[in-house]
Write a protein that binds this ligand. Structure first.
Ligand code: 5RP
Length: 232
């Protein structure tokens, strides 16, 4: 079975966690897109009555296309459930996110939700985080100084980071929905995600990093022949 089919199956299973009246956070990426499409189908058929807060402009557009009623986090600051994808997750439900560049809004929305459920194909489950380069969102002002501070903070923890400024179209740096830049930080492995998260959060200029710790309560993982749920 293709990874995309696994993503779709995980999204469909997560739809069983949704009940009418829920205020939902809508994740970003190809897995979350399956969830938004399935949600829209159920809303259009009158099976579910929900509102969603999109975590990116792309998800906003997709949700509108699929007929999912939307609200904003300012109108609806407390959500019941966020369903989102991940680039990596470990056995403690610690995540690396931000491959799609939406980590800042994804983290704000997840933190405003009573529950966050990750949906993923089986390739996303890892023994140890870090093979996927960690996205770090920085403000454009002083971005090179911020990159040096990130490098130093990681080295202090015994890591050997390689930082790449993420590029977008036409040879220009990628800009997030909030107008910031992203450094993808290649670390090979992150032995102590909590320590790294703390160190990165303390750097002026770092807006947010892609380590999601203590936010995800369950994950629906679709493999070639089974769907399993980690956590509650
Ligand atoms: C976007 C994300 C995505 O959830 C993550 O990149 C997974 O994407 P996909 O579902 O396409 O594999 O964090 O910022």
């Amino acid at each position: 079975m293709s990874a995309d089919n696994q993503k779709r199956l995980a999204a469909e299973r997560a739809l069983t966690f949704v009940t009418s009246g829920m205020k939902l956070g809508l994740g970003t990426g190809s897995t979350a897109a399956h969830f938004v499409a399935g949600l829209g189908e159920r809303v259009r058929k009158g099976h579910l009555d929900v509102v969603g807060v999109p975590t990116s402009e792309a998800t906003h557009k997709l949700a509108v296309q699929h007929g999912v009623p939307l609200t904003t986090l300012d109108e609806t600051p407390e959500l019941d459930l966020t369903v989102d994808g991940a680039d990596e997750l470990d056995g403690s439900l610690r995540l690396v996110k931000g491959g799609g560049g939406a980590l800042l809004r994804e983290k704000i929305v997840a933190a405003a939700s009573a529950r966050m459920v990750v949906i993923a194909d089986a390739s996303k489950v890892v023994e140890r985080l870090g093979a996927f380069p960690l996205p770090i969102e920085v403000i454009p002002f002083g971005q090179r100084a911020t990159a040096i501070a990130i490098d130093k903070a990681a080295r202090k923890l015994g890591l050997d980071p390689v930082l790449h400024l993420r590029m977008g179209a036409a040879d220009a740096p990628f800009r997030t929905d909030s107008g910031n830049l992203i450094y993808d930080c290649d670390l090979s492995a992150i032995p102590d995600p909590e320590a790294l998260a703390d160190a990165l959060s303390g750097i002026p200029g770092v807006v947010e990093h892609g380590l999601f710790i203590g936010l995800c309560s369950a994950a629906v993982i679709a493999g070639a022949d089974e769907i399993r749920v980690m956590g509650k």
